[in-house]
Design a protein around this ligand. Structure first.
Ligand code: GDP
Length: 296
């Protein structure tokens, strides 16, 4: 399970504090040393860890010892709250357009799970009453259009494509017009990915943004790549002003460094997480619940 390593380490540390009646500054520092080690071990960004530890320390040292909680419980609570804050505090939702259709643009590198997540997100939002139109804007990768069509077929959902000879910004514009005509209140654009960030791709993505002015620009990244995922998020955000991040493959991520760092490093909230290959394996991201899970 995700963060199981971290959760165990923190539990271990706080067990040592549990017997104490009162925490000294030394106790707090000893515990925080373990927390720090656990976070670094979970592949959390170094600067994020430093800042996090400073915040927890400030709140924990000189704490009034409450009657109802042991000092260790109080430290655990502070760590919990700060972990949740680190991941964005509250749950972030999809921004709906005041006048439909809402346009969601999916971006990311190849292999991150963008096409699968496009279908998953459509499925997720259809359950909330939306009528999605999926749009194949990746005209470069052979079989990308076909892949989206197959996924759309599995979900019994319309997929718009114009083959691989029309420029993606034009495809996006035509798709939005079609959605408006046919009563689809949600358009999800599956854009092209590359193996690495390249300027040609970024220019194309910016042209799509200029053409359809998306309500959401969501980066899809593989959680298992840890700090690489965070660096990718930073690079995309600098060029495209992302509105959020979707972390995929969290089901296979035992460390969780990306989940813990991405918001602090980029300022972009994690909006959803992928928890498996199936088309219903997408969940809303709740920072609070994730903090619960980390601390076990
Ligand atoms: P794209 O190149 O970014 O469009 O990536 P794809 O959508 O083709 O996905 C690449 C692979 O990752 C596929 O085998 C997906 O089934 C898999 N994948 C996507 N999301 C998840 C997830 O949340 N968990 C797991 N375990 N696999 C995923």
């Amino acid at each position: 399970m995700i963060f199981s390593g971290l959760a165990e380490k923190l539990q271990e540390t706080f067990k040592k504090l549990r017997g104490k009646g009162r925490l000294t500054e030394e106790d707090v520092d000893l515990a925080l040393k373990e927390v720090r080690r656990a976070l670094i071990g979970a592949d959390v960004n170094f600067l994020v860890v430093k800042d996090f530890i400073a915040k927890v320390r400030e709140r924990a040292v000189g704490l009034d010892v409450l009657q109802s909680l042991t000092p260790a419980q109080q430290v655990i609570k502070i760590v919990h709250d700060e972990l949740a804050a680190l991941m964005g505090g509250t749950r972030s939702k999809i921004e709906l357009a005041p006048a439909p259709p809402t346009v969601v643009m999916m971006v990311g590198l190849q292999g991150g799970g963008k096409t699968t997540t496009t279908a998953k997100l459509a499925n997720h939002l259809r359950r909330q009453g939306r009528r999605p139109l999926l749009v194949a804007c990746d005209i470069y990768r052979p079989a990308a259009i076909k892949q989206l069509q197959v996924l759309g077929g599995q979900l019994d959902m319309p997929v718009f494509n114009m083959g691989d000879n029309v420029a993606p910004p034009d495809i996006a514009r035509a798709a939005v017009e079609k959605a408006r005509r046919e009563g689809n209140d949600l358009v999800i654009l599956d854009t092209a990915g590359r193996l690495h960030i390249d300027e040609e791709l970024m220019t194309e993505l910016k042209d799509i943004v200029a053409n359809v002015n998306p309500n959401e620009i969501l980066l899809v990244v593989d959680s298992m790549t840890g700090q690489d995922a965070v660096n990718v998020a930073k690079a995309f955000n600098e060029r495209l002003s992302l509105t959020g991040v979707i972390l995929t493959k969290l089901d296979g991520d035992t460390r969780g460094g990306a989940a813990l760092s991405v918001k602090a490093v980029t300022g972009c909230p994690i909006k959803f997480v992928g928890m498996g290959e199936k088309l219903d394996a997408l969940e809303d991201f709740h920072p609070d619940r994730m903090a619960d899970r980390i601390l076990g």
